[in-house]
Design a protein around this ligand. Sequence first.
Ligand SMILES: Cc1ncc(Cn2c(C)c(CCOP(=O)(O)OP(=O)(O)O)sc2=O)c(N)n1
Ligand SMILES: Nc1ncnc2c1ncn2[C@@H]1O[C@H](COP(=O)(O)OP(=O)(O)O)[C@@H](O)[C@H]1O
Length: 568
Amino acid sequence: MTHNVSVEVTDGFHLVIDALKHNDIDTIFGLVGIPITDLARLAQAEGMRFIGFRHEQNAGNAAAIAGYMTKKPGICLTVSAPGFLNGLTALANATTNCFPMILISGSSEREIVDLQQGDYEEMDQLNVARPHCKAAFRVLKAEDIGIGIARAIRAAVSGRPGGVYLDLPAQLLAQTIEAGHAQRSLVKVIDAAPRQLPAPESVERALALLKDAKKPLILLGKGAAYAQADADIRAFVERTGIPYLPMSMAKGLLPDTHAQSASAARSFVLAEADVVVLVGARLNWLLAHGKGKTWGKPKQFVQIDIAPTEMDSNVAIAAPLVGDIGSCVGALLAGLDGAGIDKPDSEWLGAIAQRKEQNTAKMAALLDKNPVPMNFHSALRSIRDVLKEYPDINLVNEGANTLDFARSIIDQYQPRKRFDSGTWGIMGIGMGFAIGAAVTSGKPVVAVEGDSAFGFSGMELETICRYELPVTTIVFNNNGVYRGTDVNPTGGKDVAPTVFVKNARYDKMIEAFGGIGYHATTPEELARALCEAIASGKPALINAVIDETAGTESGRLTNLNPQSAAKK
Ligand SMILES: Cc1ncc(Cn2c(C)c(CCOP(=O)(O)OP(=O)(O)O)sc2=O)c(N)n1
Ligand SMILES: Nc1ncnc2c1ncn2[C@@H]1O[C@H](COP(=O)(O)OP(=O)(O)O)[C@@H](O)[C@H]1O
């Protein structure tokens, strides 16, 4: 007599969800379609948040900024081939910026891809992804899903954080597996980003360099913000008395109004300093590669970074301090008293104070003007004065002039509150970062967007309205890319390559989705609209009319434009 013993089974869909939840991941950003629509439905049914986007790049950007804010990898879920490719830009940008995220994409079966038999949305995604991310894995058996997710998590957050690709062929999700075996296959990642302590001799070498410094400078990068070692970083700055410069996403580690901030004397301190301590900041193009006229006199660098190969990337590093920023700064603090390091020369500090005073006065003169129509400075003064009252608000910022001027005009008071175009200078992060920050923090977001930059992700206004997120988008509308005044030299009917529809009303876009639209032509109208929008806690967009002649080509990057024929 046969006994039918019912065996409880589960499947790949459930195992992916269980593996993510087993590692305390509760949110997925993505865009549904074959073969992952049911995975999204199931994730929601099992209590995870699934935030559905209108374009996968924006979902990926949301996942990336969630990773930067939490030190847990943000998850982006896409369909195969075109959906995967749309997400790949965000994965590559996350890797370039050291933001931990995992791009999970459905894919075609290996046997079809490897024979190039022309499947629906066929692509060898694993190999396409590899050059653009930290690590890439494919899972073929349901019992390996637990390991696959665990490997992806550890790869994303350990060492230098970055993007990881996880390839899940369609049939894997439908595979069934005995429930007990499935449960046992799950892996809880232990100590995913272990502390990496600096060698004692490297700490001593760094302290010795600081002891001999006459004009020291500390440079804080977004790695320092990401490390969440805020108290020790502040203590290191304040106990040494060394002036500091925050890179854009490191603003707020100490309040921008801090007495030791040298931001208003940036050019002066970069050129004059003799010892520079880099804390989670790379000497890449954003810092003129550590050489040339920006850096003036010869320098000696102390560099704190978790990536050993970052040392000497552009110039020789006299005191490499390899380890996680928390451990490295902690070790420096512990050694400070015994190192006999004096406070910086009053002459050095006095020279900085004088330069700060001069430059602050120059900026104040620019900010005090009230031209009609508004320019970047008068609009940003208005925003600065409102946001001063909201020190914990999240600020997203992109554009050319809009990015450059906002970076120096809008003060930050808390760490990890400013999210911008980062290391690549990429446009299009705006709405994705805004959604990621709002969902992750549960707090209001203000996105200050150039009108061209906004255009890359503007359709996500519908997503913001659909999830009723407290995001206020301010579009700096100057009728074009950089400015709105170029003309077609042929006199033909096509407008110039950089020009948009004149006097567009972006505020009408958000009204189409039930959000609140404002139209502001003066700093007073802009301030009033911004206060009202933040107080409402609802999705809002302010169309800020900016003088179309006010911008400069590529903002402060004008010099990166090759000499074009048109200029000869
Ligand atoms: C993905 C992508 N495409 C194009 C660019 C080139 N680019 C573009 C298109 C910018 C937009 C500048 O226009 P805007 O209206 O956003 O800003 P301003 O009006 O503030 O200058 S800034 C910049 O570097 C880019 N950085 N990234
Ligand atoms: N927890 C960490 N500990 C040490 N270094 C880190 C940590 N997280 C990121 N980093 C490093 O911080 C650096 C960030 O540099 P970068 O992105 O150029 O900053 P910024 O653009 O603000 O100057 C990267 O080299 C990265 O390896």
